[in-house]
Write a protein that binds this ligand. Structure first.
Ligand code: DX5
Ligand code: ZN
Length: 217
């Protein structure tokens, strides 16, 4: 089956002093969504930006905003990110645990697409029951926190399993992968069933974003 592959550049690798221009640059180059990595310095050992950045980026682009929350207690901020213009709010299984279903329902309730993400060392079985509550499942192919890390090939098996679950249940749910995506690993991810490829350094560190994006598809 032919799947349309979407590219979601992660602005983590953009020049934050020129965020507007950077977003416009990848939009013109054919990006399908903008991936915003929100990190709190607690859930992950890095700090990026928060609600105001999402709201400001929302003013300058019509592309869907894919907000990847790497924060503790994400439920507390769902409504705030929704009001800021998030189109997808993706929460970590590792940050929600027992509250997972409740958080996913809360995201949909405020009219935003619900995303669920697992770290490279979290098994698919942990989230299997919750997939029906998701509009997107994200498989991390690096440990979250930083751009420019090496792709962990072992996670591809999880992508294959999740793809099967989505297809079997005929769910309207995208499968996304994030971390270490470049023109070589993108092929592996597509073969494993992914629909959305997040790419930070491969897009923003390239002098020509269009060539970079085209080479990922
Ligand atoms: C890592 C972030 C990624 C990161 C990917 O914690 O979730 O979105 O920006 O960067 P690259 O594509 O450089 O691995
Ligand atoms: Zn991310």
């Amino acid at each position: 089956m032919e799947r349309k592959i979407k590219i979601a550049p992660s602005v983590l690798s953009a020049d934050f002093s020129k965020m507007g221009e950077e977003v416009k640059r990848v939009e013109a180059a054919g990006a399908d969504m903008i991936h915003l990595d929100i990190m709190d310095g607690v859930f992950v050992p890095n700090i990026t930006f928060g609600i105001k950045m999402v709201s400001d980026v929302n003013k300058i682009t019509d592309l869907p905003l894919d907000c990847h929350l790497m924060i503790v207690d994400p439920a507390k901020y769902v409504e705030k990110f929704a009001n800021a213009g998030a189109d997808y709010i993706t929460v970590h299984y590792e940050a929600c645990k027992d509250d997972l279903d409740k958080v996913l329902k809360a995201i949909r309730k405020v009219g935003v697409k619900a995303g669920l993400v697992i770290n490279p060392d979290t098994e698919v079985e942990k989230i299997a029951r919750s997939i029906e509550l998701c509009d997107m499942v994200l498989v991390m192919s690096v440990f979250p926190g930083f751009g420019g890390q090496k792709f962990i090939t072992e996670v591809l098996e999880k992508c294959v399993k999740i793809r099967e679950m989505i297809d079997e249940k005929k769910l309207n749910c995208l499968l996304e992968i994030d971390g270490g995506i470049n023109s070589e690993t993108s092929k592996l991810a597509i073969d494993a069933g992914c629909d959305v490829l997040v790419a930070g350094s491969a897009v923003f560190n390239s002098p020509d974003a269009k060539t970079a994006i085209d080479s990922l598809r």
